[in-house]
Each structure stands twice: as structure tokens, then as C-alpha cells.
Design a binder for this molecule. Structure first.
Ligand code: FAD
Ligand code: DHB
Length: 389
């Protein structure tokens, strides 16, 4: 087989890149390790920045999103019984939307099917070969048969546990990492959201987040110990704990019900540099991870896709290499800003095991300055809605 771009990973980064390139007449093959149903069953991000929304429109896959999404003009932050709103719209004239990663991925798979672009599921032993030469190729096993695809470029969109990043030799690659000493326990429940905006809650008992997917589907999270297991948490325990972490007025109107999904995610900041090695480009979680506080994971993956898409179009349409030569530098400049926002928001809102009384006073002072200082709110709003590409 031969194609122009082999995309490793059929998550949101790979699918979006594939669809955008297809619209410019650039052929791709996507290799995905899991089944389509498995990919679609993963409950992950829920908040989309305008940059990602615009790319979905450019890719011609925004019809359902535009119809079903909820526009959020701001977000709420609570500490003990206090709660305040950061009004993005009033502060900077922008907003975000609520539309689940699952739905977005679904739309992208449907669009890929409709244009007849090739996706090979359940591939094993993917290997990227000769990425530092002029004629790279990818080998893999599909249904017990060894296969090879020759290509011009490889896009490594295979997430944190993929093969793309580690194809870059240790002598070239440098990883930066911070592991946080807690996780998030998340549940999805078919109940109406407790509030019309998201609530990020700082409390003595740890962080909590009240989010949503639609008018009868809520997503809630509580900070938990890294040693906790999903089986340790009954639905009742979860709801009790959530109620203790949000203002009383919110707890009183919380509608509870059985969870339809429950999972624990550890929190980590991670960046791998560079994001390009020869003809291999890393995109999304393959190159970086943020702790989820601030909803930057999927959105940062999307900004990589934007830079790579532009670079590849320049190359194939104008034979211009400036975009691919500067991809890593451009993508990383934005990645580090998203890392900083996610790290700062995580520090602002969580309880850390080694926090001293002084540290707690500092955290409180910082939250209060966000509550009462418009400059601080503007900084938060600009980062939350997404920095420009
Ligand atoms: P992925 O979504 O990880 O997709 C990579 C794909 O590559 C997968 O389908 C995988 O099966 C495939 N793959 C892996 N290895 C190979 C291989 N060797 N060969 C072929 N295919 C391979 N972000 C938020 O903003 N908010 C959240 O609430 C949030 N919650 C999250 C919860 C969890 C448990 C995780 C892991 C992430 C969460 N994120 C969240 C982050 C967000 O979901 C990711 O940033 C986003 O999925 C990145 O997309 P991606 O396409 O780069 O990577
Ligand atoms: C969701 C997750 C986040 O990490 C976040 O900051 C906001 C919303 C969610 O899953 O809805």
C-alpha cells in the first residue's frame, strides 16, 4: 500500500487531521489499535474551545455539533460556601461549548466513512520505519497478516501510550513530567445538571467538578486518592462526597441517580520535545498530557492538528517546507501555555497531601483575587476559552 500520510491512532487528533486533509485532496490511512466501538465508549473531555469548533466546521463535520451543543458564556468557581462566576462573554467577548469528545469522535468516524477514507482497526505491532529518511513506511499486523504502507509523512496521533513518541530516539527526545499525588473519580449519570454552568469547586475535602453533556446527562468528578479503586466507590458514596464539596445551595438541588459510567484518571503534566523527527510528527496526547482541570487536553490536541494541517497543505500544494520545519516550535509554544494554565488551575483548586497551613492561605488568597480582581479573571477567561492559534 501507498498513501500520502499514515495517521497512527483513530482518536480525535487523528480523525480530525484525516478529515481536514481529505478536504484538501490529501490521502491518508488511519491505523487504530482498538475497535471503533471501544474508541467510542471512552468518556473523556466535554468542553470545546472556539478553535476546535472552527476546525470541525472547516472539516465539514459540525452539523450535529452546531445543532446539539450548549454554548457556555462563563464558568463558576466555588470555595466552601462561596461561589462566583467568571463571565467570559462579558470579560473578553468569547465563549466555549459543551459537546462530548465521544460525540465529536462519532461525527468524525461517520464523516470518514462517508468519504470512503481508509481506517484499519485492531492493528498490532505498529512500527514506524525510516522516519528520518526521505521514504518512510509503517509496518503492522492486521488480522494475522503483516502489512506495509509507504508514505510521505507519518502523523503520530496515538495518545500517551502509543508507539510514535518512543520512535524518536532518546538522544533526540527530552521528556518533562510532573505527576500529581491524586486522581479524579468521574461519573456519568442520566440526571439533569445541577447548574447551567460548570462549577469548579475547591473545598477542605478536595476538589470537585460539576459538568454536563446535555439536559439529562451530567458528568461529575471528585478528587480521589491514587490508591482508590472504582469498586471502592458506590454511587451513594460518590454523591455524598460530591455534596460535601460544593456550596450548600448547590448540594441541596443536586439530583442524584445511578451512574452509567464510573472511572478514575490519574493527573499528570507531561511534554515531550521535539514534536517532529524527520518525517514523523507528533500530535495531541502522543506528545503532551495536561491534568484535566481547565479542560485543555482535547483542545491542545486540536491546536497541534491545526498547525500540522496547515504545514502539510503548504507542503503538498505549494511544495513549501516552512510549515513542517517550524511545526514543533509553533505547536510547543502553545502547548507550554496550556500546560501552565492546567498546572496553575490544578494547584489552585486541589488539596495536596503535603500542603501546609501557609500553603492553604496562599491558595485561598489566590482564589479570592480571582473572585474580586477583574484582571485575574480576564487572564483566566483568555486561557479557558483558548489562546489564539
Ligand atoms: P487519544 O484520544 O488517546 O487517541 C489515541 C488513539 O490512538 C486511541 O484511539 C488509541 O487506541 C490509539 N493507539 C494507541 N496506540 C496505538 C498504536 N500503537 N497503534 C495504533 N493506534 C494506537 N481532556 C479534557 O479536556 N477533559 C477531560 O475530562 C478529559 N478526561 C480524560 C480522561 C482520561 C481517562 C484520559 C486518558 C484523557 C482525558 N482527557 C480529557 C484528555 C483528552 O481526552 C485527550 O487530550 C484527547 O483524547 C487527546 O486525543 P488524541 O487523539 O491525541 O489521543
Ligand atoms: C469536563 C472535564 C474537564 O476536565 C473540565 O475541565 C471540564 C469539563 C467534562 O468531562 O465535562
Amino acid at each position: 500500500m501507498r498513501t500520502q500520510v499514515v495517521i497512527i491512532g483513530g482518536g480525535p487528533s487523528g480523525l480530525l487531521l484525516g478529515q481536514l486533509l481529505h478536504r484538501k485532496g490529501i490521502e491518508t490511512v488511519i491505523l487504530e489499535r482498538k475497535t471503533r466501538d471501544y474508541v467510542l465508549a471512552r468518556i473523556r473531555a466535554g468542553i470545546l474551545e472556539t478553535g476546535l469548533v472552527n476546525m470541525m466546521r472547516e472539516a465539514g463535520v459540525s452539523e450535529r455539533m452546531d445543532r446539539e451543543c450548549f454554548v457556555h458564556h462563563g464558568t463558576c468557581i466555588s470555595y466552601e460556601n462561596e461561589m462566583f462566576d467568571i463571565d467570559f462573554h462579558k470579560l473578553i467577548g468569547q465563549n466555549v461549548i459543551v459537546y462530548g469528545q465521544t460525540e465529536l469522535t462519532h461525527d468524525l468516524y461517520d464523516a470518514r466513512d462517508a468519504v470512503g477514507a481508509r481506517t484499519i482497526f485492531e492493528v498490532e505491532d505498529v512500527q514506524i520505519c525510516d522516519a528520518d529518511r526521505d521514504a518512510p513506511y509503517v509496518t503492522f499486523n492486521s488480522g494475522g497478516v503483516e502489512q506495509r504502507i509507504d508514505c510521505d509523512f507519518v502523523a503520530g496521533c496515538d495518545g500517551f501510550h502509543g508507539v510514535s513518541r518512543t520512535t524518536i530516539p532518546d538522544t533526540v527526545r527530552k521528556d518533562y513530567e510532573k505527576v500529581f499525588p491524586f486522581g479524579w473519580l468521574g461519573i456519568l449519570s442520566e440526571t439533569p445538571p445541577v447548574h447551567d454552568e460548570l462549577i469548579y469547586a475547591n473545598s477542605d475535602r478536595g476538589f470537585a467538578l460539576c459538568s454536563m453533556r446535555n439536559e439529562n446527562l451530567s458528568r461529575y468528578y471528585v478528587q480521589c486518592a491514587l490508591t482508590d479503586k472504582v469498586e471502592d466507590w458506590s454511587d451513594e458514596d460518590f454523591w455524598d462526597e460530591l455534596k460535601r464539596r460544593v456550596p450548600e445551595a448547590i448540594a441541596d438541588k443536586l439530583v442524584t441517580g445511578p451512574s452509567i459510567e464510573k472511572s478514575i484518571a490519574p493527573l499528570r503534566s507531561f511534554v515531550s520535545e521535539p514534536m517532529r523527527w524527520g518525517r514523523l510528527f507528533l500530535c495531541g496526547d502522543a506528545a503532551h498530557i495536561v491534568p484535566p482541570t481547565g479542560a485543555k487536553g482535547l483542545n491542545t490536541a486540536a491546536s497541534d492538528v491545526h498547525y500540522l494541517y496547515e504545514a502539510l497543505v503548504q507542503y503538498f500544494q505549494d511544495n513549501e517546507t516552512h510549515g513542517i520545519d517550524h511545526y514543533s516550535q509553533k505547536a510547543l509554544a502553545r502547548v507550554w501555555k496550556a500546560e501552565r494554565f492546567s498546572w496553575a488551575t490544578t494547584n489552585l483548586l486541589h488539596r495536596f497531601p503535603d500542603q501546609s497551613e501557609f500553603d492553604l492561605k496562599m491558595q485561598r488568597a489566590e482564589i479570592e483575587s480571582l473572585h474580586y480582581n477583574e484582571v485575574a479573571q480576564k487572564w483566566f477567561a483568555q486561557n479557558y476559552v483558548g489562546l489564539p492559534y
